[in-house]
Design a protein around this ligand. Structure first.
Ligand SMILES: C[S@@+](CC[C@H](N)C(=O)[O-])C[C@H]1O[C@@H](n2cnc3c(N)ncnc32)[C@H](O)[C@@H]1O
Length: 278
């Protein structure tokens, strides 16, 4: 399928404005999104694209920001090539975990090798937060643990947890594309102990977990941390990411309010992954 890519440059550019913009573009029928330093890139099948979409009230009359657009046709034939060239380079984390796409050849050998067919779902290791989460997972002892990967995206974190000895992984994502992509990536990597579901914190309640990963975003974490904490066994740990350094006090305050103790954090380009223990 041929896609139209619309690069959207919000002014002022902030995480909140990007989130609002992405939500509004989603309402208008854009199917998937990626981010660059100065733009949100939104993709829509060319058959569904009309220029009027960019004149929609919600975009042009937004009180919080102005937005400038640049469109580009992405031809049908080579989504893999587009990803390969623009977004997804093989990545070696901590010299231990290689993340590559099926189309990457001649990659270095590593202790863990995860093959991810990203298909527009978030999580190839190239984003700071995924990188931070992977680094944290590489330091954990996961033998025999029950793991929850909340907001699984490509499933990369749950897949690594399984490779590192987790007994069982539950992976949940609100987005259908991510749900399907996690199933595919689990299969590609011969990981058979991941139970994947589409939904949100509303799916939780029955099972308890020893380890939770939630690389989502500030507002969802603030909203859902009480539920995550309620499904943690005693001494279980949760690693949260998807927010900036300046949001850490709010996240920590919410975590402590629901009975979690701070256990350190790592930072990369102002993005944070923070650990809490129950
Ligand atoms: C930043 S990505 C993280 C993907 C992957 N876990 C990683 O670390 O690379 C966040 C994911 O959370 C999902 N998500 C957003 N809101 C959610 C919610 N309320 N519950 C579950 N998943 C959610 C998104 O669809 C997206 O795939």
């Amino acid at each position: 399928m041929e896609y139209t890519k619309v690069s959207c440059f919000p002014e002022p550019d902030s995480e909140t404005n990007r989130e609002i913009l992405t939500a509004q573009l989603g309402e208008l029928g854009f199917e998937s999104f990626s981010e660059t330093d100065d733009a949100v890139e939104a993709f829509i099948p060319s058959s569904a694209y009309r220029e009027e979409l960019l004149h929609d009230e919600s975009l042009v009359n937004n009180p919080l920001f102005k937005v400038r657009f640049q469109t580009e046709i992405i031809p049908d034939q080579n989504w893999n090539e587009v990803w390969e060239k623009n977004y997804f380079q093989p990545l070696l984390v901590e010299n231990r975990c290689l993340i590559r796409a099926p189309f990457h050849k001649d990659t270095p050998k590593a202790e863990y090798e995860i093959v991810i067919d990203p298909r527009m779902a978030f999580g190839t290791g190239n984003h700071e937060t995924t990188y931070l989460m992977i680094s944290a997972i590489l330091q954990q002892d996961l033998q025999g643990k029950q793991v929850l990967d909340m907001g699984c995206g490509t499933g990369i974190l749950g897949i690594l947890a399984s490779m590192r000895g987790a007994d069982m992984v539950k992976a949940i994502d609100i987005d259908e594309w991510s749900y399907k992509n996690t199933l595919e990536n689990a299969e590609i990597n011969n990981v058979t102990n991941i139970d994947v579901a589409q939904g949100d914190a509303g799916l939780l309640g029955k099972e308890k977990f020893d380890v939770i990963y939630a690389n989502i975003q500030r507002n969802i974490l603030l909203q859902d941390l009480p539920v995550y904490a309620s499904v943690m066994c005693k001494d279980a740990e949760i690693i949260v990411s998807g927010f900036y350094r300046e949001d850490l006090p709010a996240i920590s305050a919410k975590a402590e309010e629901v009975g979690l103790k701070p256990a350190g954090y790592e930072e990369r380009n102002n993005w944070v992954a923070a650990r809490f223990i129950r």
